[in-house]
Design a protein around this ligand. Structure first.
Ligand SMILES: Cc1cc2nc3c(=O)[nH]c(=O)nc-3n(C[C@H](O)[C@H](O)[C@H](O)COP(=O)(O)OP(=O)(O)OC[C@H]3O[C@@H](n4cnc5c(N)ncnc54)[C@H](O)[C@@H]3O)c2cc1C
Ligand code: FES
Length: 250
């Protein structure tokens, strides 16, 4: 996979989360697409060995941003990169823009792809509501940043991860007033969105299966799906990472 050397124009750190903006003049990311990213410095040419996947958080003019939680070696090094990164062009299948009104449902750092989605919905004149779950464990700095980044969103503060999806859907209320639910959140939120949407509303879920090659050749990101009533596997990196809820065999 070809990685391009790009210039970092902005870096921010809030708690354990980081935002990086870089200049990108190639094909624009669609909402829900991801890029593979790694440090650009020669010292880290093979450290870590694989580039890491991240949703395109936003895209404005010629600047793309990534929003991520610092978790291990790859994200520690990315968060420290001051000058340049190596990134792939946007990859995978993202969200399909549908007529409104629609609801965006997110949680924690997994809200990352919803910013670009809400920008594109705005541009297409699709009315939308945004609901974001903030767990009690979320660092205050990150919660404050989310409130700033999503000024029109309704925030649902939750204390117990087990209750979080229930609280989120309580806040959303009647799903029948939406044509589509777009979800990007913890696994529990995605599963709850799939359950809640069944037979009532279209749901599109952004998955984040672990990836290695990210070009469809290793099957490391296999996702169980249903096609013509048969169970099979799709590859999240090329067939997703966004899937219609009813296609997933969870
Ligand atoms: C399509 C896609 C889009 C993604 N977008 C984002 C994003 O916008 N923001 C963001 O913060 N992260 C995102 N991720 C997850 C991100 O790729 C991982 O957090 C990153 O690869 C971790 O790399 P690392 O070297 O820092 O950590 P590692 O050392 O590889 O792992 C550190 C810890 O992170 C956990 N981890 C690694 N990958 C994942 C994963 N996919 N899901 C859950 N936990 C994981 C591991 O279990 C381990 O506990 C996305 C993943 C995919 C597949
Ligand atoms: S990561 Fe290799 S097939 Fe998807």
């Amino acid at each position: 996979m070809k990685l391009h050397r790009v210039r970092v124009v902005h870096r921010e750190r809030f708690g354990n989360h980081a935002l990086i903006r870089y200049v990108w003049n190639d094909s624009p990311p669609a909402p829900g697409q991801f890029v593979m990213a790694r440090p650009a410095s020669a010292a880290h040419a093979l450290d870590p060995f694989l580039a890491r996947p991240f949703f395109a958080h936003d895209h404005e003019g010629d600047v793309v941003s990534l929003l991520f939680e610092v978790r291990g070696r790859g994200t520690v090094l990315l968060a420290e990169e001051r000058e340049e990164l190596l990134v792939s062009p946007p990859r995978g299948r993202g969200f399909e823009i549908r007529r409104g009104p629609v609801a965006l449902v997110g949680g924690g750092v997994w809200v990352a792809p919803l910013k670009l989605l809400s920008r594109r919905l705005e541009q297409a004149g699709v009315s939308h509501d945004t609901y974001i779950e903030i767990p009690k464990s979320a660092p205050g700095e990150y919660a404050a940043w989310l409130a700033q980044g999503y000024p029109a969103a309704r925030f649902v503060h939750t204390a117990d991860p087990a209750d979080a999806p229930g609280r989120l859907f309580e806040e959303i209320g009647d799903l029948g007033r939406y044509s589509t639910l777009y979800a990007s959140g913890p696994a529990e939120t995605l599963a709850a969105t799939k359950r809640a949407s069944e037979g009532r509303v279209v749901a599109q879920l952004a998955l984040r299966e672990r990836m290695a090659c990210a070009d469809g050749s290793c099957y490391g990101c296999a996702v169980p799906v249903l096609g013509d009533g048969e169970r099979s596997y799709a590859r999240a990196c090329v067939d997703g990472p966004v899937f219609r809820a009813e296609a997933l065999a969870w």
